[in-house]
Write a protein that binds this ligand. Structure first.
Ligand code: NI
Length: 189
């Protein structure tokens, strides 16, 4: 089922999401997250973005076109769910990339993040994994992991940049923004 995507200003995006009890059947939520992400042409989506404050996000790099900025080798296999993930380590040289977020439509800003992550997580069948990712895959993981911590990419911007975005962010919270997917705006009248 495709859900509307919760946008900026909704408190669920600012909560620290709760762990999922091990063994819980999460197949429906995982399916819904993939369907919702695909309907919005996203490459990552975290459960809080559909209003569920639990520690789960999905990624799918398989739909990135070869000439897109996000394209990189190995993306064709980067499709999975991360359940109760723990970001063990972030390392490597920070690099900048213009990030966007389905919960903050039509805003893209250069964000600096470290190049490599080590992450421990369960897959959707509750198999425990520990893996290392770098490049764009690491960045997608860092962005989605932040959602589980109640953090958004705009939090990394300078106070000046944030001030400049304030009007646009208020519009988003009121639902006054053009998207090709359904949104749930907290301050829509
Ligand atoms: Ni996001």
């Amino acid at each position: 089922m495709v859900h509307p995507i919760v946008v900026y200003g909704d408190p669920v995006l600012r909560q620290r999401a709760k762990e999922i009890k091990q063994g819980t059947d999460i197949s429906e939520l995982v399916t819904d997250l993939f369907e919702t992400m695909h309907a919005a042409n996203g490459i990552g989506l975290a459960a809080p973005q559909v209003g569920r404050s639990v520690r789960l996000f999905v990624v799918d790099g398989t739909t990135i076109s070869k000439d897109a900025e996000e394209a990189e080798p190995g993306m064709e296999n980067f499709k999975m769910a991360f359940v109760n993930p723990v970001l063990i380590e972030e390392l490597g040289k920070p690099w900048e990339f213009e990030e966007g977020c389905l919960s903050i439509p039509n805003i893209r800003e250069k964000i600096s993040r470290k190049g490599t992550v080590r992450i421990r997580y369960y897959d959707e069948n509750w198999n425990l994994k520990e893996e290392e990712y770098d490049g764009m895959k690491a960045r997608i993981i860092q962005h989605e992991y932040d959602h589980l911590e109640g953090k958004l990419f705009i939090d990394y911007l300078s106070p000046l940049k944030k001030r400049l975005l304030k009007g646009k962010l208020n519009d988003i919270s009121r639902g006054e923004v053009d998207t090709e997917y359904r949104i749930l705006a907290p301050l829509r009248k």
